[in-house]
Ligand binder design. Sequence first.
Ligand code: SF4
Length: 473
Amino acid sequence: MSKRKDSYYLLSLGCSKNTVDSQSMAALLDQAGMRGTDYAGRAEVLIVNTCGFIESARQESIDALRELAAHKRPDQYLIAAGCLSQRFGHDLPGQIPQLDGVIGTRRWMDIVDLVRRLRDRKHPEPIYHLPDEAITVGMDERGVSRVAVQGPSAYLKIADGCRRPCAFCAIPAIKGTAVSRPVERILAEARQLRDQGVKELILIAQDTTDYGHDLGVKDGLAALLEQLVAAVPDVPWIRIMYAYPGYVTDHLIETMASHRQIVPYLDMPLQHADHRTLLRMRRPANVDWVQRTVAKMRSTIPNLAIRTTFIVGYPGETDEEFDTLLNFVREMQFDRVGCFTYSFEPGTPSADQPGQVEPSVMEDRRDRLMSIQQPISLARNQALIGRTLDVLVEGHAEATDENDQPTGQMISLARSYRDAPEIDGYVLVEGELPAGEIVPVRVTGAMVYDLVATPDLMPHTVIAPGTILGPQP
Ligand code: SF4
């Protein structure tokens, strides 16, 4: 019997929601008596949890599958899971002939059954498991948690799927409509994570502000947050990702402002700022609402950090529309901005829209937008020099000098409330602070995305997210 029997290698690609699905699949495989390995060569089952969102992500998934296929042995099974499988599953063996199984993101919970069917298989044909009935999240989680722990932080999935009509996005077709998870499951998982010593809960969904719409709960996200802070008062940080413009309500703003645990950080992808472009994108086009709501949030929530993302080069985007976006970026002074070039998505309404923009024009627009945003990001970071704020220590590294040469000095890699993991900046703190702890540091330097700091051994007060000591900006 091969020593690889009953072991699996799982590669997770794409977004944090996929990371949660990967950790849930791993939990089911472990419950079935299998064990994970970090070495593909030592595994019986090779799984890639793919991303199918945009072309570049799809290519990354196909490359990863091909890499594993190239070294696959006869006693190994190669499985493509996730969004690429859900969207183009039946085409994948044409590109990766060594594929044994294809399972869609909507049925991640059937991974153990697929492995069993592969072992019992009497023919070389791939086995497809791509039922596309609506996700029955919450009713079919097989008792596993919907979380992804990453050091002192954890992603906590509160819903899956999406019911928004964004013309460029394939997610609703891949995942189905938005389904909220039962509150009691979310609270139970938050308590489990607290007991594991997690310091930061990161609430994720395709659209967190739509939470509860299918549970008959008005303002479901605000209501959920109030239950979370009551259930786990000792989890220092709760962070909200993926808010949908138009659904950041006064109740949500007040809830964020009145609970120190809820870090004053909001990720709200806007995608554009010209109402004509937004209308073609089938996105909320009331830019005045955005300006008023951002002003209200900034006046209600002290030291709020706002992250947003934009798409440039959307079909039909004129120079004038793009200039509107640039002026908006100058005016709004966001803390964090991600900017993506439009990705042609077959099967989405945008694919048929006239005025597809040249890739070189898209890239030029992305670069011009970021050249406006970077000085803004730097200035907002520089405003923190001399101030003390809490940071969550994630790890350590050896410092390097201006020539990138190691200096022998150890630094701590940390994040403040202004930094979501994997997408925002770091706080680089001199010395080796205790990993997994939240400690006060004094900011001594600023870069476009990162801060430099020193431990603040004598902070005036025990600071909480949103409390910045020293003269206010
Ligand atoms: S809100 Fe729009 S962009 Fe986001 S997942 Fe839903 S359809 Fe896609």
